[in-house]
Every structure is written in C-alpha cells, then in structure tokens.
Design a protein around this ligand. Structure first.
Ligand SMILES: Nc1ncnc2c1ncn2[C@@H]1O[C@H](COP(=O)(O)OP(=O)(O)OP(=O)(O)O)[C@@H](O)[C@H]1O
Ligand SMILES: [Mg+2]
Length: 245
C-alpha cells in the first residue's frame, strides 16, 4: 500500500517567492492496483510522481511507500541512441552485482514481455516511436519494481499505436502484478485503464474527486459502460471551477 497524507510541495522561485504546486494531496494505492492521476496541463501531476519516486522532496505531509521499489516511464522514451535496445534495457542494472550474462537474460525477458523479442540488437532510431516506448517500459521493469510510475507515456504517440499499447499495458500489469500510477490528461485513457482515478485541480493541485471503476479487464474500446463513465467524468470536469483557467 502506498499512502500520501496531506502532501504539499512548494518550489522556491529565483526571486525568493514560494510557488505552491501541490496542496495537501492525500490518496492510497492498493497493492497490484491500476491507478491514474488525471488533471489539466501544468497542475502538478509530474511533481506527484517525482515525489513518490524520491526524485524530489515534498515540503510537508507524509509519503509512505513501504520500502517498495519504483520504476519510471517518461513521456519520451529517453533512450541512448548509440546503445542497442538490449544495452538500453540493462542500463539500470549496471550498478548491480549481476554478471553481464544475467543482466542480458533479464533484459531479454522484459523485452519479450513488451513484445520486442527479436529486436535486442536494433538501435533505437531503427524503431518506431511506439516500439521505443516499449523499450522504455522494459527498462523500467528490468529492475523488478513493485510500483510502476508512468508519466503520460503514450501522449506522444498516434492514437492507434497508443490504443494498442494501452491494451498491452493492461496485459503486462495483469501478468506482473505491479502497482501502477499512471499520469494522463486524457479522460478516456484514464477510464480505459484504471480501477481508481484521482482527479486533480489546476495548480496548486488538490484532489478534486476520487472515482473507482469496477468494469472487468480486458476492457474494450467502444464499450458503452465505459463511455457513460467518461461522459459523467467530463461533466465533473466542466463543473470543476478552475479546470479551464
Ligand atoms: N523545479 C521547479 N522549480 C519551480 N517550479 C517548478 C519546478 N518544477 C515544476 N515547477 C512548476 O510546478 C508546476 C507543476 O509542474 P508539473 O510538471 O508537475 O505539472 P504537470 O501537471 O506534470 O504538467 P504537464 O501536464 O505539462 O506535464 C508548473 O507550474 C511548473 O512550472
Ligand atoms: Mg507532467
């Protein structure tokens, strides 16, 4: 279980003023659940992930991740173009004690899981954007994290590729049993993927609403029940005072 309790974050600006980005954010993520943070551009979504990953410090409140390991997938794949696919995936293992062959075995396993078996020796620029993002997912999984933090990982892809990757992400989540926290500004993406959606307001981000979606997996595009949930959520957004600011 991951618990955030009244977590606030202020950035110190160059002039010395404080900018409040997160305002008393509280939520819980159950083990092995799929969760999304849904909010407008610039509201503080990435900040939430960075705090959970320990890439940045919060100003007040408590974050408890129970000693669990986190893996991170960014909006852009951030691969090293001069290294092969397999050498990109083993990168996070290089500080560990594993020998080279063990590291490669790990990388091969996760490349197969993301559907890239056979592409180990390609270079990133020989792959499509969607395939590069799969490599990034394998790189996040290779350290065998308990929690997968994903920051708008599909927003740079065309819609058909994004749809395919969302379906595959659900499969990977079910096969690996990770706890996922997925950031998006797309209502339909959050509804398709999540058991729990945390809607956050414009900056400073507060939790506006928490929604749970019971629909079973795998979910289908065009499912009318999901569409109804999406329509209701859209109404919520329009009612959310500062959404458009
Ligand atoms: N290191 C920093 N110093 C000062 N301000 C920052 C810093 N990092 C982020 N901010 C500010 O915090 C706010 C929230 O940023 P954040 O990147 O978390 O938003 P976001 O919801 O992920 O945005 P987007 O949808 O564009 O990805 C922004 O207004 C940004 O200007
Ligand atoms: Mg962001």
């Amino acid at each position: 279980m991951i618990i955030l309790k009244e977590v606030s974050k202020d950035y110190l600006l160059p002039g010395g003023q404080r900018l409040r980005v997160l305002d008393k954010i509280s939520f819980e993520l159950g083990d092995k659940t799929f969760n999304s943070v849904l909010g407008p551009s610039g509201c503080g979504k990435s900040t939430i992930l960075n705090l959970i990953a320990g890439l940045d410090n919060h100003s007040s409140g408590q974050i408890s991740i129970d000693g669990k390991k986190t893996g991170f997938v960014f909006q852009q794949p951030r691969l090293l173009n001069w290294r092969t696919v397999v050498d990109n995936v083993i990168l996070p293992l290089e500080a560990d004690d594993f020998d080279k062959e063990t590291r490669r075995q790990f990388a091969f396993k996760y490349l197969r899981l993301v559907g890239l078996g056979g592409y180990e020796d390609y270079f990133p620029l020989q792959l499509s954007g969607g395939m590069q993002q799969r490599v990034a997912i394998a790189r996040a999984l290779v350290i065998e994290p308990d929690i997968l933090l994903m920051d708008e990982p599909f927003s740079g892809l065309d819609e058909l590729t994004a749809r395919k990757l969302r379906q595959e992400l659900v499969r990977i989540w079910q096969e690996t049993g990770k706890t996922i926290l997925f950031v998006t500004h797309s209502i339909s993406e959050a509804v398709f993927l999540s058991q729990q959606i945390l809607i956050v307001t414009q900056k400073p981000a507060r939790i506006f609403k928490r929604i749970t979606i019971e629909a079973p997996y795998p979910r289908q595009y065009g499912d009318l029940r999901l569409f109804e949930i999406e329509t209701d959520l859209t109404k919520d957004f329009l009612g959310m005072d500062s959404w458009d600011r």
